[in-house]
Design a binder for this molecule. Structure first.
Ligand code: ANZ
Ligand code: ZN
Length: 820
C-alpha cells in the first residue's frame, strides 16, 4: 500500500468532499463558468471498466478547471428508462422500477468510491415523473409545431424485443441491443420530423469542426446524406400518372436505356403486367427475406425481374423497359431510377446480366463500358445527347439538362437526404408515456399541460412480456388507458406506446442547470449561465444516435426561444474502449476485468492513473498491456516525497535549488498546456519526471529542507489530484495545505524560471582562443558561426584573411581556420 491506510483515507475524503460540498457548482458567483459533461450512465448494475475510463477523463478537466478558478458544473444522473430494466423485471418477476433504482444505489456507491468530482445535488433520473413530466411537455411542444406526427409505414421490427427500432438502432441489419436480425412491419407510429432540420444539422457542423472528432462529423454527414440532383418524370405506357425518378446525373438522360423500381415499393406491384405477375411475386418474396446489408452490398450478384411494362424517355422519346431489382431501395429518392449503364456501375452490371443496351453519352476516352464492364463516371465530351453534344464538363451538362427539363415541365432540381424521420414510439412499458389521448371525434388530443405528467401506471405483477403491442394496451392498464377526451369529454383512450429512451437523453444536460425546477424543463437563464457545455465526454458508439438527436433537440429549443445557442456541446471527446488481450471484454471470452477487484487490489488512485496513463484518451486500452501495480509503485514514490518535505510552510521558494525550480515551472507550464490539448497521458509522464527530479534533489542536495522541494512536491500533489485524488489529498495534508486540494489554486509558471540557461561557447582562430560567448545550449550551426564571425576580437585575429574552414563542437566551441 501507499504508506497510509488507503481504504480509510478513501472514506475519509469522500465524507469530507460531501460535507464540505467541495464539488457543488454555485449559480451565484462571478467566476467564469465551465460545464464538463459525461454522458450519463444507464443503470445496468455496477460501474465497469468502460465507465472507469470515460469518467476518469472528464474528471481530469473538471478538477483542473476548478483549480484554475472556474466555477465548474460537473453533474451526473441516470438514463433510467429502457429495455434492460424491463427484460430483467420479466426474468426475475419484479418491477422494472425496483431493478432500476436498486442498480442506481449500487452504482452510485461505486461512483462515489471512484472519487469523481461530481455535483450530486443535481442528480436526476429520466424515469422519475418529476423528469419525464418535461419530456412529455417537450413532446407536446414538438407536436404543436408539427414536429411530432403519426404515420403508417413499414418499420424496423425486432422479433426478439417485440418492438420497433429507429433506423439508427439497426446495426448491420441487426437489433443494436440483442443482435436479432431485424424484419419489417407495417405499423402506425409516432415520428419526430428531424428531416426538417437536415440542412441545419449539416451546416452547423462548421461550428463543431474545431472541437469534435472528424470521424464523428463524417459519420453524421454521411448519415444525413445530402444529395443534390433532379426529379425527372417518365411517362409510362398504359398509366395516366408519370413516374418520377431521383437522379444525381440528369445530364446522362440520353443514356438511360431502362428503368428500375424497388421490388418492395407499392409502385412495383402496381406496374407489373399480368404475364409477369407470378415471376414478380416470386422475386418479391425472395427480396423480403434478405437483409438491407445484403441488398446494398456491392458484392451481391444483381437480381431482378422484368415488369412487362415500358416507359418513354422524356428527352428522346425512346421506349425503355421497366424492371424491378433489389439494388433500388424503396425508401430512398422516389424508389425508382432511370438506369444509365454506361456511367453507373450498378446499372452496368445489371444491364450486362440481363442483356440490356449500354449507350455511352459521355466520351471520357476510356474503354467502352459494354466491353470493359467498367462504367465511366468522369468528365468528358457529351455524345449521343442532342443539345448537350459538344459540351465538355459535368457542371455545364447538368445545367443544360435541367434547363431543358424545366422548360418542358418534365423535371426539376431537388435535394434528397438519406436521413429519415426519427421513429420514436416503442411498444414497451418502461419508458415515458406519450401524452396524447385518442378521441373518436377529435382525433389526437394533447394532454393539457396542467395534467402532466401522464404517470406510468404501476401495473405491479402485470405481465410485461413482449407481445407486439405495448403492455399499456393490455387489460391490466385499462383503468389507466380509458379517459375522457380532454377536448370534448367523450370516451377516449390514452396513447399506449412509450417514447424511445433517446428522447429522454436528448435534453438531460439542460435539466442539470435547473435541478428541481417546476416551471418548465429548465430555467432559460440557468441554461444561459452554464451552457453551451465546454467539454462532452462519451463513447463513439453514440456518433449518430444520441449525438445527432441531441443536436436536433437543441435546434428546436432554439426555435422555441428557450436557448440562444444552437450547438450545445462545444467540444467532444470520444474515449476509447477498455479491452483485454486485444479483444473486447466479454463473458463468453472470459477476458473480463472486474473494476471492483482491481480497485481492491491496487486502490482507486492506481486504477484511475492507469486508465489515463495507458495512452491518448481516444485510443483503446488493452488491459493486458497496462500495469496498475507500477502505477501504485509510482504513487508510493510520490507520496514518500511529501513525507520528507522539511521546510516550513511559508518557506521562501526563491531561496531553493534553482535547477529543481526550473524543472518544476517547466512542468507546470507543460502540464497546463498538455491537459488543454487533451494529452492527459503525456501530462502524467511529465509528473513522473518531476517526481524523479525531486527525489534526486532530496538525495543529493539540501534534502527535504530545501524550499524548492516543497514547491515541487506541492505541484506534484496538485497535478496528481487530476488523476489520483486520494493520494493527492493525503500529500496536500502532509504539506500543511488547506483541504481540499481540489479547491487549491493551480499555479502559473514563473517566466523567469522558464528561460533556459546559457552556456559558454569558445571561439578559436587558428587554435587560439579569441572570444568566449554566452549562447543558448540549443544554438544552431548557422547561428554559432554567424555569432563567432561577428565578434570584434575574432575579426581582428582574422585580419581580413579568407576563412578556409569552420569546425564546430556545439554548443561549446567554434574553431576558425583562415588562409595563411
Ligand atoms: C442516373 C445516374 C447516372 C445515376 C449516373 C448515377 C450515375 P446518391 O449520390 O447516393 O444520392 N438512385 C436513386 N434512387 C435510388 C434508390 N432508391 N435506390 C438505389 N439507387 C438510387 O445516389 C443517387 C443516384 O443513385 C441516382 O442518380 C440514381 O442513379 C441512384 F451516371 O441516376 B443515378
Ligand atoms: Zn374529443
Amino acid at each position: 500500500q501507499i504508506g497510509y491506510d488507503a481504504p480509510a483515507a478513501q472514506e475519509k475524503w469522500q465524507r469530507f468532499w460531501e460535507e464540505n460540498q467541495t464539488f457543488v457548482a454555485h449559480d451565484d458567483t462571478d467566476k467564469s463558468r465551465r460545464y464538463v459533461l459525461d454522458m450519463f450512465p444507464y443503470p445496468s448494475g455496477d460501474l465497469h471498466m468502460g465507465h472507469a475510463e470515460a469518467y476518469a477523463m472528464g474528471d481530469v478537466l473538471a478538477r483542473l478547471w476548478r483549480m484554475q478558478g472556474y466555477e465548474v458544473l460537473h453533474p451526473i444522473g441516470w438514463d433510467s428508462f429502457g429495455l434492460p430494466a424491463e427484460n430483467a423485471a420479466i426474468k426475475n418477476n419484479t418491477h422494472p422500477a425496483e431493478w432500476t433504482y436498486k442498480n442506481i444505489e449500487t452504482q452510485k456507491t461505486s461512483f462515489k468510491r471512484y472519487g469523481l468530482s461530481l455535483d450530486w445535488t443535481r442528480e436526476l433520473h429520466t424515469s422519475d415523473p418529476e423528469y419525464y413530466h418535461w419530456t412529455q411537455w417537450l413532446f407536446l411542444k414538438f407536436f404543436e409545431r408539427g414536429l411530432a406526427y403519426r404515420k403508417d409505414s413499414y418499420v424496423n421490427w425486432c422479433p426478439h424485443d417485440q418492438t420497433v427500432l429507429a433506423n439508427e438502432q439497426v446495426v448491420n441489419g441487426e437489433c443494436e441491443r440483442c443482435h436479432t436480425p431485424v424484419t419489417k412491419r407495417k405499423l402506425n407510429q409516432w415520428y419526430f420530423k428531424i428531416t426538417d432540420y437536415a440542412d441545419r444539422l449539416l451546416d452547423d457542423m462548421s461550428q463543431l469542426e474545431a472541437g469534435w472528432p472528424d470521424r464523428v462529423l463524417a459519420m453524421q454527414r454521411n448519415w444525413i446524406g445530402r444529395s443534390e440532383g433532379a426529379l425527372v418524370d417518365f411517362v409510362v405506357e398504359g398509366r395516366d400518372e408519370p413516374i418520377t425518378v431521383f437522379t444525381t446525373r440528369p445530364d446522362t438522360l440520353y443514356g438511360a436505356t431502362f428503368m428500375v423500381v424497388a421490388p418492395d415499393s407499392e409502385l412495383a406491384s402496381e406496374l407489373v403486367s399480368d404475364e409477369q405477375r407470378a415471376a414478380f411475386d416470386a422475386y418479391h418474396d425472395q427480396v423480403k427475406k434478405s437483409t438491407e446489408i445484403e441488398r446494398q452490398s456491392t458484392q451481391h450478384e444483381k437480381t431482378g425481374v422484368f415488369l412487362g411494362r415500358y416507359a418513354i424517355n422524356p428527352v428522346n422519346g425512346e421506349r425503355i423497359p421497366m424492371w424491378a431489382a433489389d439494388y433500388v431501395l424503396s425508401d430512398y429518392g422516389t424508389g425508382a431510377i432511370m438506369a444509365v449503364p454506361a456511367h453507373d456501375q450498378r446499372d452496368l452490371e445489371f444491364a450486362r446480366k440481363f442483356g440490356l443496351p449500354v449507350r455511352v453519352v459521355i466520351d471520357t476516352g476510356e474503354a467502352d463500358p459494354a466491353e470493359s464492364g467498367v462504367a465511366t463516371a468522369g468528365d468528358g465530351r457529351y455524345v449521343n445527347s442532342g443539345p448537350l453534344n459538344g459540351l465538355a464538363d459535368k457542371q455545364a451538362g447538368v445545367a443544360a439538362a435541367l434547363a431543358t427539363l424545366e422548360e418542358r415541365g418534365t423535371g426539376k432540381a431537388t435535394v434528397t437526404y438519406r436521413l429519415r424521420d426519427w421513429l420514436l414510439s416503442r411498444q414497451r412499458f418502461w419508458g415515458c408515456p406519450i401524452p396524447i389521448v385518442h378521441c373518436p371525434k377529435c382525433g389526437e388530443v394533447p394532454v393539457p399541460e396542467d395534467q402532466l405528467p401522464v404517470e406510468l401506471p404501476h401495473l405491479r405483477g402485470a405481465d410485461l412480456a413482449p407481445k407486439g403491442t405495448s403492455p399499456l394496451a393490455g387489460d391490466a392498464a385499462a383503468a389507466w388507458r380509458n379517459v375522457a377526451c380532454p377536448k370534448c369529454g367523450a370516451d377516449a383512450q390514452r396513447d399506449t406506446d412509450t417514447m424511445d429512451t433517446f428522447v429522454d437523453s436528448s435534453w438531460y444536460f439542460y435539466r442539470y442547470c435547473s435541478p428541481g425546477f417546476t416551471g418548465g424543463p429548465f430555467r432559460p437563464e440557468d441554461v444561459a449561465r452554464w451552457m453551451p457545455v465546454q467539454q462532452y465526454v462519451g463513447g463513439v458508439e453514440h456518433a449518430i444516435l444520441h449525438l445527432l438527436y441531441m443536436r436536433f433537440f437543441a435546434k428546436v429549443l432554439h426555435d422555441l426561444g428557450m436557448i440562444d445557442f444552437d450547438e450545445p456541446m462545444q467540444r467532444l471527446l470520444n474515449q476509447g474502449q477498455v479491452i483485454n488481450q486485444g479483444k473486447a471484454m466479454s463473458k463468453s471470452l472470459g477476458n473480463g476485468v472486474d473494476l471492483g477487484e482491481q480497485i481492491d487490489l491496487f486502490g482507486v488512485d492506481a486504477v484511475r492513473l492507469t486508465v489515463v496513463f495507458a495512452g491518448p484518451p481516444e485510443d483503446d486500452i488493452d488491459w493486458a498491456d497496462v500495469s496498475p501495480a507500477s502505477s501504485l509503485r509510482f504513487l508510493q514514490r510520490a507520496y514518500r516525497l511529501a513525507t520528507e518535505v522539511a521546510s516550513p510552510t511559508d518557506a521562501d521558494y526563491a531561496a531553493g535549488d534553482k535547477a529543481l525550480r526550473q524543472v518544476t515551472h517547466k512542468t507546470i507550464r507543460d502540464i497546463t498546456e498538455l491537459i488543454a490539448m487533451g494529452r492527459f497521458n503525456v501530462a502524467i509522464a511529465r509528473v513522473m519526471e518531476l517526481v524523479n527530479a525531486t527525489r534526486k534533489t532530496i538525495d543529493t542536495g539540501a534534502g527535504g529542507a530545501d524550499p524548492a522541494v516543497r514547491e515541487a512536491v506541492g505541484f506534484v500533489a496538485q497535478a496528481l489530484s487530476l488523476f489520483a485524488p486520494y493520494v493527492a489529498e493525503e500529500m496536500w495534508q502532509l504539506l500543511g495545505g488547506e483541504p481540499s486540494i481540489a479547491s487549491s489554486t493551480w499555479p502559473t509558471a514563473d517566466p523567469g524560471l522558464l528561460v533556459t540557461e546559457s552556456v559558454t561557447m569558445v571561439v578559436q582562430v587558428q587554435g587560439k582562443v579569441r572570444a568566449k560567448l554566452e549562447v543558448s545550449p540549443e544554438i544552431s550551426e548557422a547561428e554559432a558561426t554567424d555569432l563567432a564571425l561577428a565578434d570584434d576580437n575574432v575579426q581582428r585575429a582574422l585580419a581580413g584573411r579568407e576563412v578556409l574552414k569552420i569546425i564546430t563542437k556545439l554548443p561549446k566551441m567554434v574553431s576558425i581556420v583562415p588562409a595563411k
